[in-house]
Every structure is written in C-alpha cells, then in structure tokens.
Design a protein around this ligand. Structure first.
Ligand SMILES: Cc1cc2nc3c(=O)[nH]c(=O)nc-3n(C[C@H](O)[C@H](O)[C@H](O)COP(=O)(O)O)c2cc1C
Length: 187
C-alpha cells in the first residue's frame, strides 16, 4: 500500500470552509496521515527531525493550503525551507528521491481568473510551478494538483462534490484528477 502524508497548512482551520471540509473528507483513510502544520507548530518553530522522519515513512506527500498572495502560506514555505535541507534532500542527500509530491490548493478567485486570458493571466499550474521545480530538484515525481477555486460563491453542493473527489484523489495510488499522466523527473 502507498502511504500518503497530507501536510495541511491553513493558518486557521477553525475559520476554514474548504480546507476544513477536505480534511474531514480524508479522515480515516487507510495509509493516510494528516499533518496539521499550524496546529502542530503554533509558535512557528518546526521540529525538523520529526518532519523528516514523517516524510521518510511515506511514499507520497500532498501539500494542502489556501492560496495566499498567489503563493503558499508562510509556515508551509518555512517547512519546505527547513525540512528539505542540504545533505538530506539534496546536496549529498537523497532522502526524498523517488517519492511523489503533489499539491491541493483552494482559492477565493474563480477558476476563470486563473486562465491564460483571464484576470491574472496566469494559470494555477504556472503560479504553483515552484513546487514542480522543487520536486525535480530533489528527485521527486510531481503529479498534477487538486484545485478548488471561487470560494466566495461556492455552493454547499459543489463543496461536497469537491470533498468526495478529494477523498478519492487522496486515496488513489495515482493522481489522475485533471486527466494528465504523471511525468517522472530525473536530476
Ligand atoms: C492573506 C491572504 C491572501 C490571500 N490571497 C489570495 C490569492 O492570492 N488568490 C486567491 O484566489 N485567494 C486568496 N486568498 C483567499 C484564500 O485563498 C481563500 O479564502 C481560501 O482559499 C478559502 O479556503 P478556506 O475556506 O479553507 O479558508 C487570500 C486570503 C488571505 C487571508
């Protein structure tokens, strides 16, 4: 069985609608561990060794976060900076080589804003491309992300559909949402 670590990086899950619903949707899934970063590190001081151990014990790492200023949340950026350390993930270390990385992202702006000819002129794949390059750099396999846009006008029904798809996507050994096949990366 593939073991999946879902690193949840929402600054306040108690006020969240989408990310909290996604978390609930994957509760109890076999082989899935949820790591609530803001809950675990309220002071922002990350236990690097413990996080590296967690990653080592899993085959697939999913980074789940609400988009903030076209980026991930600050604690997730810090987690990457601290945990994917030289000598461990790169620069002599290959601790994550061969594992899979993917992202799950919620946005306030609607999906059409994140199209080439949309309001921002950038797709979500483009805006989140640093994660793809990170995966490449540390020899991980990057798979297509899971996105939910338009939180303002999101109906309960659409959120329920997304939650059900998210559960299937997290449970699946392969990330097939979006219809694209994973491309292995090599250093
Ligand atoms: C500081 C901050 C920055 C944000 N920046 C963006 C952004 O760049 N693009 C966007 O679509 N939404 C942005 N949002 C909205 C959040 O992405 C949105 O509220 C969240 O994805 C909804 O998920 P939730 O119900 O789990 O909180 C921002 C929110 C905050 C608090």
């Amino acid at each position: 069985m593939i073991n999946t670590l879902v690193v949840v990086a929402h600054p306040d899950l108690s006020s969240s609608r989408i990310n909290a619903t996604w978390c609930k949707a994957i509760e109890g899934l076999a082989g899935v561990t949820v790591n609530d970063l803001y809950g675990r590190y309220p002071t922002g001081k990350i236990d690097i060794g413990a996080e590296q151990k967690l990653i080592t014990a899993h085959d697939r790492i999913i980074l789940q976060f609400p988009m903030q200023w076209y980026n991930c949340t600050p604690l997730l950026k810090q987690w990457i900076d601290d945990v994917f350390a030289a000598g461990w993930a790169y620069g002599g270390g290959r601790a994550v080589a061969g594992k899979t990385l993917c992202i799950a992202v919620s946005t306030y702006s609607k999906a059409s804003d994140y199209e080439k000819d949309g309001r921002y002129g950038r797709t979500l794949d483009e805006l989140t491309s640093p994660f793809e390059v990170l995966a490449f750099r540390v020899e991980m396999l990057y798979q297509p992300g899971f996105f939910l846009s338009g939180s303002e006008n999101l109906s309960d029904e659409s959120l329920a559909v997304s939650a059900s798809r998210y559960r299937q996507w997290v449970a699946g050994a392969q990330c097939t949402y979006g219809g694209r096949k994973a491309q292995p990366v090599t250093s």
